[in-house]
Design a protein around this ligand. Structure first.
Ligand code: 0WD
Ligand code: CA
Length: 414
């Protein structure tokens, strides 16, 4: 993955085209004018909306061509801690749910349907956890994160953004996403921006209307984990046991994308059990299942869509490899393949019109600049919403409709 990491402290994109724009009636002029504005500096824009509240009408394009510039600085992610969620979804400030990868035989023949009816405890996904587990981790590990500067209060974190890795994955893939939009809620508190997802109407409908086949196929991914992971370093997988999706091991990593200091957490499936394996996150392994590839068209789709998601998800926290189980229509794993994350961009090179890592990372960087510009009021009760639908721009409703609500930083006030 190193080839995508630049350590240039002065990213050359500072003077490149930006995708910021103000909404206006004359959409035709937007693209042209974008070319002359600069990322991270929306106030440099010209345009007729100067008299308006600038926060009420900003939008951000997801058009790929706007993000084809040098790869931004992305510092090697450093694991600053981890936490575990047990079989009842209770939080523990330790790695007790860590699992160890046990390499299967060459022809595994795992039956992923086994246990779906009788040995499956499914997490209640109607419970929206927002950022709660991450905030719990921050509360328990504050000393690791306090600002070092003399001017900042000791309560301040030395971080610009706190979020889940999964939300960042959605940002990285947005320039290529054609089906699912998203909505993110942002709160600024003591200088740090907290980003949490809000379920869209469409996602809620999709979840309600899932077919029985789809429900079962969601189980297959977890079942593959059960066939390949042991609870202890010298243990064996126990595919006859009960599978409980409340359990999770999450890494917390710190990194920087351009000038954005990030702290995020992501669920990690397992680690290399070799005691000489490199330190986390480099010893972590992401497990995936996918339909077996039988035709050139299927291979092309796998490269264009699935490998994009796999790459984005693991590149972010610095997880170096994905172990994939390819399964047939009946849910039997027929082949295994290891995908080093650093090789994925080479694998897709010959695919016409394929995704580009630099577009993903530059869009994410510009999105975070956009958020800094929009979410200006430092107040835990103020939530800024950012919405996106495929083929549209990211928009933030005018300040009048932003929510003063609930909120995902609620834990702070306990
Ligand atoms: O309540 C919510 N809306 C969310 C909760 C949204 C996103 C995340 N979460 C929480 C959960 O506590 C979960 O444990 O985040 C944790 C995972 O976060 P992540 O790593 O940032 O999420 P992501 O990268 O999208 O998914 C990683 C894995 C998935 O593995 P695959 O191989 O399918 O990508 O986490 C699992 C799933 O196994 N996962 C979830 N587990 C519980 N609740 C959820 C979820 N909502 N989403 C993904
Ligand atoms: Ca996985």
């Amino acid at each position: 993955m190193e080839q995508h990491r630049s350590h240039n402290p002065n990213p050359s994109h500072q003077n490149r085209p930006s995708a910021y724009k103000r909404e206006r009636e004359d959409n035709g002029r937007n693209h042209c004018e974008n070319k002359h504005s600069r990322p991270n500096r929306p106030q440099n824009q010209s345009g007729p909306s100067r008299g308006q509240n600038p926060h009420s009408s900003l939008s951000l394009s997801t058009r790929r061509e706007l993000y084809e510039r040098d790869f931004p600085v992305y510092k090697q992610p450093v694991e600053v801690g981890c936490f575990s969620l047990d079989s009842e979804r209770r939080f523990f400030n330790d790695g007790r749910q860590m699992r160890y990868y046990v390499e299967p035989d060459r022809s595994p023949n795992f039956d992923l349907r086994d246990g779906y009816k009788d040995r499956f405890i499914k997490r209640d996904d109607s419970v929206k956890e927002k950022l709660d587990h991450m905030l719990r981790w921050i509360l328990a590990n504050r000393s690791k994160l306090s600002a070092r500067g003399t001017t900042a209060s000791s309560c301040d974190l030395d971080i610009d953004f706190v979020t889940w890795r999964g939300h960042l994955t959605k940002l990285l893939t947005a320039p290529y996403e054609t089906r699912e939009g998203w909505q993110l809620a942002v709160t600024r508190f003591r200088g740090t921006l907290y980003i949490s997802e809000v379920e869209t109407e469409a996602a809620r409908r999709d979840q309600e209307n899932r077919t029985e086949r789809h429900e079962e196929m969601m189980y297959w991914g977890y079942k593959f984990e059960q066939y390949t992971c042991a609870d202890t370093v010298h243990g064996r997988p126990d595919p006859g046991g009960v599978l409980n999706t409340n359990e999770a091991f999450c890494t917390v990593v710190q990194t920087r994308l351009a000038d954005h200091r990030l702290l995020f957490s992501g669920e990690v499936d397992c680690r290399d059990k070799d005691p000489n394996a490199p330190a986390a996150p480099a010893c972590y392994i992401e497990l995936k299942t996918s339909a077996e590839i039988c035709t050139p068209k299927q291979r092309s789709n796998f490269h264009r869509f699935k490998l994009l998601k796999w790459w984005a998800q693991s590149f972010l926290p610095g997880v170096p490899r994905v172990v994939a189980g390819f399964r047939d229509e009946e849910g039997v794993v027929v082949a295994l393949e290891i995908f080093p994350i650093s090789k994925i961009s080479h694998l897709i090179k010959n695919e016409p019109n394929c995704w580009k890592p630099t577009v993903c990372m530059n869009f994410c960087s510009d999105f975070l600049s956009f958020v800094k510009h929009i979410a200006t009021e430092d107040n835990p009760s103020v939530v800024y919403l950012l919405s996106w639908e495929p083929r549209r721009d990211v928009t933030s409703p005018s300040t009048g409709t932003r929510r003063t609500a609930s909120c995902h930083t609620g834990l702070w006030r306990r």
